[in-house]
Design a protein around this ligand. Structure first.
Ligand SMILES: NC(=O)C1=CN([C@@H]2O[C@H](COP(=O)(O)OP(=O)(O)OC[C@H]3O[C@@H](n4cnc5c(N)ncnc54)[C@H](OP(=O)(O)O)[C@@H]3O)[C@@H](O)[C@H]2O)C=CC1
Ligand SMILES: O=C(CO)COP(=O)(O)O
Length: 323
């Protein structure tokens, strides 16, 4: 299987290394800036996005979209808000029997669609999958043990992807619950901001744990109405990723929350939760689901309330049975 990775950010670079190791084949890593990709090809390091990690010798950094023509498997690793445009650029080039795998986490603004729904519209007719789970790009690139969810309704396509990505240390576990995997990845980005804000405000680890648990309940309520399976939400791509990104400053979403809680300037790095929170709340509203923690995050990001006031509002909510 020939894997092509589209999106030469931190995660795309780490996944290109994984695919090159798993397949032992040349693995193009497609970025949009020709000058920067030439530099990455020469230095064998993606200094801007994943510093200190050497590219696998079989990773081929490029800005030439034509590499997609030969792909059996295309990994789409742009931010969620760019996915539709990135996929549209590939549509005339990609083979109809190729498998497209979205590796981004979020909800599209405007359409309120999850990544696999965006892909179904922009690359129609292709088989699709979602790769999501607790996996910092740096950890994966360093060869630290990582397990993720590979969600795909077709078992044979899932097996091909798993063969092309599984290494001794990177373990994709198959699920056919695509909605559950996509939703977990989107919601945990938002909840990581909430946890970071609580930690940054100095409210203590008990409060962070409460935020994570109540946040998971929020995810579970939405998952239920969207048809996600509870075991997916409690698995790697849901609770697993929530645990990771609500406990580490390596998470850009958690770091953004920390800065908000401390009243410091917001970091510049991509925090998908910030780009996705209003869309997540909109998606939930369409289905009559209340998202108090996500709504608090949206209010804080839009500077409608302070972190302190947002937490006070959450604490003032009526007590209900655990759901
Ligand atoms: N980093 C991580 O540990 C993990 C990230 N993810 C998810 O992967 C996705 C990508 O994250 P990550 O790689 O870390 O992000 P980065 O910010 O490191 O990279 C994003 C990549 O997308 C490209 N890009 C940005 N905007 C556009 C656009 N409008 N059109 C085309 N390409 C664009 C960037 O190109 P350029 O370099 O030219 O700016 C860059 O190559 C996110 O959804 C994230 O949630 C999932 C698991 C782990
Ligand atoms: O999704 C991730 C790890 O699973 C990366 O988290 P951040 O996007 O918050 O950095």
């Amino acid at each position: 299987m020939r894997v092509v990775v589209v999106g030469a950010g931190a995660w795309g670079t780490a996944l290109a290394n994984v695919a090159a190791e798993a397949t032992d084949r040349e693995t193009p890593l497609l970025g949009r800036d020709a000058g920067r990709m030439a530099e990455v090809a020469e230095t064998r390091v993606n200094a801007e996005r994943l510093p200190d990690i050497r590219l696998h010798p079989k990773v081929l950094p490029t800005a030439d979209h034509d590499v997609v023509r030969d792909a059996d498997i295309v990994l789409l690793v742009s931010p969620t808000q760019a996915l539709r445009q990135v996929a549209a650029e590939l549509a005339p080039l990609v083979r109809r029997d190729a498998i497209a795998v979205t590796c981004c986490k979020g909800v599209e603004q405007g359409t309120l669609e999850l990544p696999h729904e965006v892909l179904a519209e922009s690359l129609p007719g292709l088989r699709h999958a979602i790769l999501s789970g607790p996996s910092f790009a740096e950890d994966v690139a360093l060869g630290l043990p990582t397990a993720v969810t590979l969600a795909c309704v077709e078992a044979d396509a899932a097996a091909r992807i798993a063969e092309s990505l599984a290494t001794r240390t990177f373990r994709p576990y198959w699920s056919d619950d695509v909605v559950g995997a996509a939703l977990g990845g989107a919601a945990k980005n938002v909840l990581a901001i909430a946890a970071g804000a609580v930690a940054g405000r100095g409210l203590g680890l008990s409060a962070v744990a409460a935020m994570v648990a109540r946040g998971f309940a929020e995810l579970a309520r939405l998952g239920l109405v969207l048809g996600a399976r509870p075991e997916t939400l409690a698995g790697l791509s849901g609770l697993g990723d929530l645990v990771l990104t609500t406990s580490s400053t390596k998470s850009r979403n958690f770091s953004l929350g920390l800065a908000l809680g401390r009243g410091e300037p917001r970091p510049n790095k991509l925090a998908e939760g910030a780009a996705t929170v209003e869309a997540l709340i909109g998606l939930a509203a369409e289905h009559g689901v209340d998202m108090p923690i996500s709504s608090a995050v949206a209010d804080v990001l839009a500077e409608r309330v302070s972190v302190g006031a947002a937490v006070a509002n959450l604490l003032a909510r009526p007590l209900r049975a655990e759901v």
